[in-house]
Design a protein around this ligand. Sequence first.
Ligand SMILES: Cc1ncc(COP(=O)(O)O)c(C=O)c1O
Length: 381
Amino acid sequence: MTYDFTRCPDRHRTGSLKWERYSGRDVLPMWVADLDFVSAPEIVAALQQRTAHGVFGYTIPPRSTVEAVLEYLQTCHGVTATAEQIVWFPGLVPALNVACRAFVQRGEEVLTCTPVYPPFLSAPQNADVGLRKVDLAEKDGVWNIDFDALENAVTSQTKLFILCNPHNPVGRVFPEATVARLAEFCRRHQLILISDEIHCDLVLDDLPHTSGLKFAGPDGPPVVAMFAPSKTFNLAGLACAFLVIPDAATRRTFQRAARGLITEINAFGYAGCEAALRHGWPWRDQLLDVLRSNRDRLETFIASSLPAIRAWHVEATYLAWLDARELHLPDPAKFFQDHGVGLSDGVPFAAPAGFLRLNFGCPRSQLEAALARMAQALNSR
Ligand SMILES: Cc1ncc(COP(=O)(O)O)c(C=O)c1O
């Protein structure tokens, strides 16, 4: 079956975070990580079936959904997990926040590499614990973990390392050797490894994704790996995510911190998640082709028509990280927004002023329009 990625229904007045931000203005939203595509028909059908049942009481994880997750982890990521190791959550952002409350006391701190998805930075702050940021190292166009800088930054008060792999915003898929070295670093310094792998099924290049779970166990650090169908299958509005926490004591500590604060997953979240993991892969494969083509177009366009902007090759995700510092604009995000393109400003990612993130998860026509507006904006300066 061929799916249609050439158009998206009008999302205005649907309560879309992405589109309502610019309501009433002619600004193309190329910011928050949400796809402008209709979900796989297999998922829509499962949700319709769930709706038709008509009873929406309190939920527990349906056995078939748990089985779908376990099969997915095994088949797609080579991870063997058990049902009891799965912790369902309404999202990764609440999970990051609960992790900071569960595992870090006042006066202690969290370590992460920047630039990074802003909730990695706000979660420690929300929990009133410390945060140590170490810059990713960029060399010859490739972003890597700077292990020397990590060794210098870690202290006896550091309790958590939060990894984003694949990485938002730099689009990097960290190689197995890097994940292994990070796990060894965490074990040696007695840190829990929080591994946000929400983009793991959006790898565009022919590269393997290595789950942090591969290094959990008696010889590794405690690992809290975080997954969701929300990015790959565009189901963020269904609020359904799952964590894998193999170590029982770590799992108990996490669950205790969440007790009474986190709702059950809603019935549609489970239905959408199961349908995605069981039936969504042909749609996902075609999505990857579309994203790859959009990425290639974006990279070529920037090199040829926006040469003052630097872009990094996107190995995974549908987010491009751009360095616009050479444009010497006081506020590049505002500049492009004033010219009809809504990008994410890099500053909340703990990047220096002048960086931008562009979401290319949209029909090609929308991407072309956004790129044309950006070029026109710069030409009209
Ligand atoms: C790395 C990363 N983690 C988590 C999230 C959001 O997770 P959730 O919607 O499950 O809270 C995003 C969304 O863009 C993300 O990029």
